[in-house]
Ligand binder design. Structure first.
Ligand code: UGA
Length: 430
């Protein structure tokens, strides 16, 4: 592909979404200029160093280095690209609303010059597009929410299920230019208005989180009635109205998106005068689910005072070093609160985890983490945990007890290795 023929793409905010967006548009042949306020990050990226763990991303950045420029200079960005993807963070405030201060600061830097198109990728409450358009009349505004998942972000970007593009009628040309950028990727195009696009994003995340809390409660009932949640989810998922995805029970959802967006949608509804009853339950079930492991351990070990517990995995999910809202944070705090000593191992998240988990001893391998422990808890389903030599681990532990918080391991293998194994809503292992 000849990059001269492709429209330059600007990216504002080089976090997870921004960096993936920059790398993928460069891979599609566009010259990309990406701006972040952090000089250190920009310098590192210009040297070809990548700061986050995301499969395939480093390779893509390296391969397309000549099409990628990173800068802190907003004027340089505005001079180089008309189409500007805003990918800044919208973290939760103390009250749980989305903090739009970074979005607002970008908007302040933009001029409604009739030339630039602001393409909002950051997750924002419905109505944000309308208020930015009121603030900067004349600015072309397109809402284009992101649906990529950490760990498979590059693949998700390149193979979208759908691309949602929201704009008002006067910005129809801008919407079409954005659609043209995504057309080579295939996938359904949803052309709609800005508020609906914003609601599609929040509702999708809230619905997926609802499915997870639902299956987690089903798992808890399965434990009471002696059913196996894996079988239940399999049978449910075959109904094409239900489908098989996002029905994996565990010890709660985490990450930078689901907890934040469920709360943000609940508050958005509340602020608009509607009490979103269901989402309260989704959040509450998720919090309780993170703590169930503590009672499972108590059932086997009695008091946890002085007991040594190994956490296998710390990141909120595998293939990422992201610790935001990870279940390991709540779990380790609860275990330490009960008087247990906590040791932990994660293949990539330990550097990020260290300052968040004071008092938790980090180990270099899963094998070392399990040594001399009264129990192991699988918190994140990293594939390498399937390769653990379980008979050997049983010998090294004080007590061969394993709570599998993600139903990831084979109960048969653990059983033959001498372990007492317990998953979430699984039969045949209690
Ligand atoms: C999520 C959405 O899946 C993306 O579509 C969206 O773009 C993104 O949020 C965002 O808004 O930026 P992500 O947070 O990266 O992506 O991760 P997921 O794979 O969705 O997992 C979220 C959490 O749910 C993890 O803690 C995971 O362990 C948990 N989960 C997921 C379950 O407990 N059960 C499942 O069946 C699936």
């Amino acid at each position: 592909m000849n990059s001269e023929e492709k429209a330059p793409v600007g990216v504002v905010g080089v976090g997870w979404v921004g960096l993936v967006t920059a790398a993928c548009f460069a891979e599609l042949g566009h010259p990309v200029i990406a701006r972040d306020v952090l000089q250190e990050k920009v310098d590192a990226l210009n040297r070809g160093e990548i700061t986050i763990h995301e499969p395939g991303l480093a390779e893509l950045l390296e391969k397309n280095r000549d099409r990628l420029t990173f800068t802190t200079d907003m004027d340089e960005l505005l001079a180089s690209a008309r189409l500007l993807f805003v990918c800044v963070d919208t973290p939760p405030t103390y009250s749980g609303d989305a903090d739009l201060s970074r979005v607002q600061s970008v908007v302040r830097d933009l001029k409604a010059d009739g030339d630039h198109v602001l393409i909002m990728k950051s997750t924002v409450p419905a109505g944000t597009g309308d208020s930015i358009r009121r603030e900067l009349p004349g600015l072309a505004y397109v809402s284009c929410p992101e649906f990529l998942k950490e760990g498979t972000a590059v693949q998700d970007f390149m193979n979208p299920d759908r691309v949602v593009i929201g704009a008002e009628p006067e910005d129809a040309d801008a919407a079409e230019q954005v659609a043209a950028l995504y057309r080579p990727l295939g996938g359904e195009m949803v052309m709609t208005d800005t508020s609906s696009a914003e609601m599609i994003k929040l509702s999708s995340n809230a619905y997926l989180a609802t499915r997870i809390s639902f299956i987690n409660e089903i798992a808890n009932v399965c434990e009471e009635v002696g059913a196996d949640v894996g079988e239940v989810a399999r049978g449910m998922g075959m109904d094409e109205r239900i489908g098989p995805h996002f029905l994996r029970p565990g010890i709660g959802f985490g990450g930078s998106c689901f907890p934040k967006d469920v709360n943000a949608l609940k508050l958005l509804a509340g602020n608009s005068g509607y009490h979103f009853q269901l989402l309260n339950a989704v959040i509450e079930v998720n919090e309780l689910q993170k703590r169930r492991v503590v009672s499972k351990l108590g059932k086997h070990l009695g008091s946890l005072v002085g007991k040594r517990i190994a956490l296998l995995g710390l990141a909120f999910k595998p293939d990422t070093d992201d610790m935001r809202e990870a279940s390991s944070l709540v779990l380790s705090a609860r275990l330490r609160g009960e008087g247990a000593d906590v040791v932990a191992y994660d293949p990539v998240a330990m550097d990020n985890a260290r300052s968040l988990l004071p008092g938790v001893e980090m180990r270099d391998t899963a094998r070392e983490a399990l040594t001399d422990c009264d129990a192991g808890v699988l918190v994140t389903e990293w594939s390498e945990f399937r390769e653990i030599d379980w008979p050997e681990a049983a010998e090294r532990m004080r007590r061969p007890l394993l709570i599998d918080g993600r139903n990831f391991l084979d109960p048969g293998i653990l059983g033959s290795a001498g372990f007492v194994y317990e998953g979430i809503g699984r039969t045949g292992d209690r």
